[in-house]
Design a protein around this ligand. Sequence first.
Ligand code: MG
Length: 307
Amino acid sequence: MGNSVLQKSPEEIKKMKEYYSKFLIDKLPPGSVFAAKTPSCAITAYKSGKVLFQGKDGETEAARWGTASAPAVKKKNVPGSHLPKNIGEISIIGSDEVGTGDYFGPITVVAAYVRRQDIPVLKELGVQDSKNLKDDKIIEIAKQLVTFLPHSLLTLHNEKYNQMQTKGMSQGKMKALLHNQAIHHVLEKIAPEKPEAILIDEFAKEQIYYAHLKGQKKIIKENVLFSTKAEGIHLGVAAASMIARYAFVRHFENLSKRAGFTIPKGAGAAVDKAAARLILDKGMDVLPEFVKLHFANTEKAKKIARV
Ligand code: MG
């Protein structure tokens, strides 16, 4: 389902007009050669060669005439397309977080400073978007990163998380506070040196991010950039993400030790069962130290444990 655009020659457009002859409509939009309306798709061909397929069967109908060249993705939606062209090569503080979607375990936020001259070393070490790597590989690389990259690691344990959440603070606001603080720490560590930019893996639009920070004593704004999928844009964000993951996994190991069994990641059915087991073994009271209570998993776990 959806709209499609094709670029076609005048000959092809003529053929299309014949093909849709039964469905042609009289009222032509400005600049168009023909317009047709089938029961499930509106087709408009323009003098420029662009042919628009709109409606339920837009894509299917366009596919009849060749590959849909442009499922009309606007350029601004491509991650990082709004950033300076050389963004991947400059010295930045990258910032990312882990654990926000996991029922068990803390949120870990890391800001890390990667200078231009560190980039080849990071590549050599295998730093990349951690979504492509297994945890053991991430840990192996992150252990080296923490020895030489100026960074700040903040951990929001669930006990505190649950307190803040109960008071009405959104997870978005918690993340904004943590990112701002981690970046501030790194700026202090590297002063008087300054990064050329600060790149935050975007979890909220810039306006919302700063709305969350309203009232904070120190709000970092200078040269702060946001992008989705920022781990793929600068290795500084990838490095921050790997260190955050490393810390997260270590906390998980500790939690598993305390629970007496291996705790699963994520927020799926395995997690419900593990939480139920924890409730049965240790009682409801320990739950706030282990999990993000407001997740739907809590109710599911209680049902399984029959409490
Ligand atoms: Mg992220």
